[in-house]
Design a protein around this ligand. Structure first.
Ligand SMILES: [Zn+2]
Ligand SMILES: [Zn+2]
Length: 249
């Protein structure tokens, strides 16, 4: 393609976006695919008070730690969540995870970027891993895809440092330190070859949704046990209450 043709192609794409439809209400959208009204209605978590440790929304309360974090301090140091897990963000995440809708995914990440750009800058981003079979079936790990996108935008390195295992009993028979540090409930591990990556580092763990937080607590504990000096959670959407729902990938 010649340079002039390339420019024409770019102009065509730009005009396509400019004249596009809002992905929420189908009204006239701006360049990112949202109209002004829908952009203003996005359920940003920053608009209400929340626990500074786990980002649990606490309407009507001050920004103090929630009862659970006070009685059982988490292994992570803070949580930055861009949105509440509400319409339309819950639908966007569903479309990304189960239908591979990258366009909606990028739109969502663009809207979440100010939350993470304004957070204390970590030295490394680590996505929450997914069971191998589930990742094979889905074709990708959405936490990894989010981490790669954020890393590119914020010029931060990304490492797939944690691994996920199905059968913890087999690993308990082994004797290396990484195996002993695995978590029985979620079966995360930090292989010995990756321990130097996290030692002494300020890390942000990346996931799409935080529900009970138990998955993220387990992963951050392993990183802290292996010498990470600080672990923050960077989450796209936080549920208002756990309501007994289990974390799932
Ligand atoms: Zn709209
Ligand atoms: Zn809390």
């Amino acid at each position: 393609m010649t340079r002039s043709l390339f420019k024409q192609h770019r102009r065509f794409n730009l005009s396509h976006w400019l004249k596009g439809h809002c992905l929420v209400c189908r009204g006239t959208s701006d360049i990112r695919g949202l109209c002004q009204a829908c952009r203003q209605d996005l359920p940003h978590l920053a608009s209400q008070s929340a626990c500074p440790l786990c980002a649990l929304p606490r309407p009507g309360e001050s920004n103090s730690a929630c009862p659970e974090c006070l009685t059982k301090p988490p292994s992570f140091d803070s949580t930055h969540a861009a949105f509440l897990y509400q319409t339309p963000v819950d639908q966007w995440i569903h479309q990304l995870k189960y239908h591979g809708d990258i366009r909606l995914g990028r739109l969502m990440l663009h809207q979440s970027l100010p939350t993470f750009a304004g957070a204390s800058r970590p030295q490394l981003l680590i996505p929450i891993p997914m069971p191998t079979f589930r990742q094979w079936r889905r074709g990708f790990n959405q936490a990894d895809w989010i981490a790669q996108w954020l890393g590119k935008q914020l010029q931060l390195p990304v490492a797939r440092a944690l691994t996920y295992h199905q059968d913890s009993r087999l690993r308990q028979a082994q004797s290396n330190r990484a195996t002993r540090l695995q978590n029985r409930q979620h079966s995360f591990a930090l292989p010995e070859r990756n321990q130097k990556l996290v030692s002494g580092k300020h890390i942000a763990l990346i996931d799409d949704v935080m529900t009970t937080g138990s998955t993220l607590r387990s992963a951050s504990k392993i990183l802290k046990d292996c010498g990470a000096c600080r672990v923050d959670l960077w989450i796209i959407a936080r549920t208002a209450k756990s309501n007994g729902i289990q974390d799932k990938n």
